[in-house]
Design a protein around this ligand. Structure first.
Ligand code: MSP
Length: 500
């Protein structure tokens, strides 16, 4: 391990493979990708993992319905999520499948570590296969799970995890680590849930066999959530190299949807405490997208397909929209009109024109900025804003406030455009080429800072701009190099109106 290098572990949920990837999955993955890319730019050693959650009754039934043997079905479906990664430009370091032998071993070792808190009893109660979740009697609404999923009665012998023994320890942990769960409203929900009393958790199933076998017991497979949560440490190499696992976990941010926060903020830390593995630093729960005001569902046929949307509008366009349109953590509504508006106003008009205008003017100076000018106070102020952009964005990214981070970058885009309008470079070109040189130097600083700011969000666009301005663009420390005597390239439009 590079001694002294700061570490960062970023995770997405691993996706159930009972259906095709949709925009909700893309959203979770892109958010984590943005955080991972930001940390890499910031000099961290990052491990960014994603993957597929392949066991459990839900997947087994989907395979049966499709008339395909479950292993073959898993290979086929898991590949679609890998493909989604390529389409959304995911920079994962590891794609993990829960059917891989490294994971089976890891989950079984985790189970062994939990054994002091495990006992055998019998379970009877409601289960929602769609959510892969036990549903308490008092949570049933109109005969359904709180998510609206159907429930079925389950009665079987089962192993239990002594979750009740962790109630006080968890509450104590939440209190000592106020930033462990975010956003704050979600944190409060979790704390209240734990305060209301924790029951022991059934953690094995014996009525089907599509799962990881419990060590030393042929009749039972693990409850899919123990299996699934273990993926995070499998990806780090658990049970080998535990020092690395601990260090990474201490610097881990789990990105999860709001409906699976309980698993990550209650069950997972309890398992880790029991197993003696370091707890993650933070669990961030994001909201859900609807489509034109309606919940997305296969039966309604209104699921937004990330592949189609990207084909039509472009990957960076979608990546930008998802995090600019809605505050990360809140629910949002997807509409094509809103997406088109963001592309045409924020991207083509604001960012695209800024880059185009400034770089086209530099071409008039033979593609070079020649002198360091004695800046006016206004120019100095804008220059300083550009240089401090990442300092302003960093604390926002630390809180996963992706929305404000983009807003902060766009403030500089607006300021820069205003500066262009005020300074009228098209006039300076005729009257005062030296001044033009100074104005363009400041604007280039702004463009470079903006490009670093957008790079985690829109990697392809950033790459194009970095190429225009001849900048390497690998680390934020490269933000303040010198432009003098450097060759700029002729820009081509970043967001052409007739793309399609
Ligand atoms: N397999 C579990 C996670 C195990 S993690 C150890 C799972 N998978 S899932 O495929 O059902 O969901 C994965 C993620 O997609 C969740 O974080 C969920 O919130 C997200 N989304 C699914 N539909 C969504 C929307 N409509 N909008 C936003 N995100 C949503 O749960």
């Amino acid at each position: 391990m590079g001694k002294g290098q700061k570490l960062s572990l970023i995770t997405t949920p691993i996706y159930y493979i009972n259906g095709d990837p949709h925009i909700g999955h893309a959203y979770a993955s892109i958010s984590a990708d943005i955080l991972a890319r930001f940390k890499r730019f910031d000099g961290f050693r990052v491990h960014f993992c994603t993957g597929t959650d392949e066991h459990g009754i839900k997947v087994a039934r989907s395979a049966e319905k499709a008339g395909i043997e479950v292993r073959e079905f898993s290979d086929l479906m898991s590949q679609k999520f890998r493909d989604m990664g390529r389409t959304i430009n995911l920079s994962e370091d590891d794609f993990i499948r829960t059917t891989e032998s490294r994971h089976i071993r890891s989950a079984q070792v985790l189970w062994k570590r939990l054994e002091k808190d495990i006992y055998k009893s019998s379970y009877s109660g409601w289960y929602s296969a769609r959510d892969e979740e036990y549903v308490a009697e008092n949570e049933i609404v109109d005969g359904k799970a709180p998510s609206g999923a159907p429930v079925e009665w389950m009665e079987e012998e089962s192993y239990f995890f002594r979750l009740s023994a962790y109630q006080d320890k968890l509450l104590d942990y939440y209190e000592k680590n106020p930033d462990f769960i975010a956003p704050i409203a979600r944190r409060n929900e979790v704390v209240n849930f734990v305060k209301s009393g924790l029951k022991d958790l059934s953690i094995s199933r014996s009525k089907f066999d599509w799962g990881i076998q419990i060590p030393g017991c042929e009749q039972h497979v693990m409850y899919v959530w123990i299996d699934a949560l273990a993926n995070y440490i499998t990806s780090l190499g658990f049970p080998d190299n535990e020092e690395y696992v601990s260090e990474m976990m201490a610097n881990c941010v789990h990105i999860v949807g709001k409906e699976i926060l309980r698993f990550h903020a209650v069950y997972w830390p309890a398992f880790l405490m029991s197993a003696g593995v370091t707890l993650p630093k933070r669990v961030f729960a994001h909201g859900w997208w609807t489509h034109d005001g309606q919940k997305m569902s296969k039966s309604v046929g209104n699921v937004v397909d990330p592949f189609e949307t990207i084909k039509e509008y472009g990957v960076d366009q979608l990546r930008y929209f998802l995090f600019r349109e809605v505050r990360f953590g809140e629910d949002g509504d997807f509409s094509e009109d809103a997406l088109k508006n963001r592309i045409s106003y924020d991207l083509a008009n604001d960012l695209g024109n800024l880059v185009q205008r400034v770089l086209a003017f530099i071409q008039k100076l033979d593609g070079c900025l020649t002198t360091n000018y004695d800046f006016s106070s206004e120019e100095r102020a804008l220059f300083a804003n550009a240089r401090s952009l990442i300092q302003k964005v960093r604390p926002l990214m630390e809180k996963q406030d992706l929305h404000s981070a983009l807003g902060t970058v766009w403030d500089l885009v607006s300021e820069s455009n205003k500066f262009v309008n005020d300074m009228k470079p098209w006039e300076l070109a005729k009257t005062d080429p030296e001044r033009l040189n100074a104005v363009l130097t400041v604007l280039c600083e702004c463009i470079r800072a903006i490009t670093f700011g957008i790079a985690p969000f829109m990697p392809d666009t950033a790459k194009k701009i970095f190429d225009f301005i001849n900048t390497e663009g690998r680390l934020f420390t490269e933000i303040d190099c010198n432009f003098v005597d450097q060759k700029f390239l002729t820009p081509i439009p970043l967001f052409p109106k007739d793309r399609k």
